[in-house]
Design a protein around this ligand. Structure first.
Ligand SMILES: C[S@@+](CC[C@H](N)C(=O)[O-])C[C@H]1O[C@@H](n2cnc3c(N)ncnc32)[C@H](O)[C@@H]1O
Length: 270
């Protein structure tokens, strides 16, 4: 699927990578020793991280079904991660078979796996691109060929924004990515928060990620909420932790679920 040219040596297996650490949290096989060691250190600090990853992924599935249920037929999934079945296009097409999905990630290893595992049937494609360069993402042929900017689209920024430092202006990047979207388009965000775990433990988690290929910037709820400027958040459920975003079954009264360090929401462009 990927038409990106890069050498195998570009795939850095000497340092942990967040995409492969996330794959490990989800129980996947697409990770190396260096990722497992780093991920296990995070598990020691945050024993709920496996559950957080699964709940985040489950939110992504429900949010995708919701936006497709609202009539959206085109999705840009930025920071898509190593393919994990079901992927966005599979979830979307369980509701409407004609949904088009442009996948974007800045990691060559994700691109390699995307080529091997995502179905390229003409209605799904992968772009090697970086959220910190929105113009290049929006102008990438894989995005331009699939997305009609005259029609509403959904932009998925699921578990990616906490890898964008404040200095890179995440709010400005979101504005740049959503400005060309038609009214009625949806913005789907999940974001790691610093509100729900002790700061000293999160500082240690930050150190693990700073030894990886990305840094981690966990944010408070209010700042995550501000990323939806120009969008009406679908409320209920509002901006909540993943298990509580439109659950398909009653959520058990589990303190671990209530403590998961992510917030997520879906907004509709005015
Ligand atoms: C934790 S994974 C999330 C995967 C998927 N969105 C999900 O929630 O299941 C984060 C992904 O964001 C990608 N990523 C991090 N920074 C990025 C950037 N600046 N531009 C594009 N992708 C980025 C990583 O390579 C990784 O694949």
């Amino acid at each position: 699927m990927s038409e990106e040219g890069f050498a195998a040596e570009q795939i850095d297996t000497s340092r942990a990578h967040p995409a492969r650490m996330y794959d490990y949290y989800l129980g996947g096989q697409d990770n190396y020793e260096v990722d497992r060691v780093a991920a296990e250190r995070v598990v020691e600090l945050l024993p709920d991280i496996h559950m957080a990853a699964r709940e985040n992924r489950s939110f992504m599935h429900r949010a995708t079904k919701t936006v497709v249920g609202r009539g959206i037929r085109q999705i840009i999934d930025v920071g898509t991660g190593i393919p994990t079945s079901p992927n966005t296009h599979e979830v979307a097409r369980s509701i409407a078979p004609d949904v088009r999905v442009a996948y974007v990630d800045n990691d060559p290893i994700v691109s390699t796996y995307a080529g091997a595992k995502l179905i390229n049937d003409g209605n799904a494609a992968f772009a090697l691109g970086d959220l910190r360069d929105p113009k290049a993402v929006l102008e990438h042929p894989a995005v331009c060929d699939l997305i009609d900017f005259e029609q509403p689209a959904a932009l998925l920024l699921v578990a990616i924004l906490h890898f964008i430092e404040d200095a890179a202006d995440p709010a400005g990047l979101i504005r740049a990515m959503t400005e060309p979207l038609a009214p009625g388009s949806c913005l789907v965000i999940s974001h790691g928060t610093r509100d729900l775990h002790p700061p000293e433990r999160l500082a240690e988690v930050g150190k693990v990620y700073s030894g990886s290929t990305s840094t981690l910037t966990l944010r408070p709820r209010e700042q995550i909420l501000s990323f939806f400027e120009g969008f009406d958040i679908i409320d209920p459920p509002g901006l909540v932790q993943p298990p509580f975003w439109a659950p398909e079954a009653p959520v058990p009264d589990d303190p671990m679920l209530r403590g998961l360090g992510f917030y997520c929401a879906v907004g509709v462009k005015r």
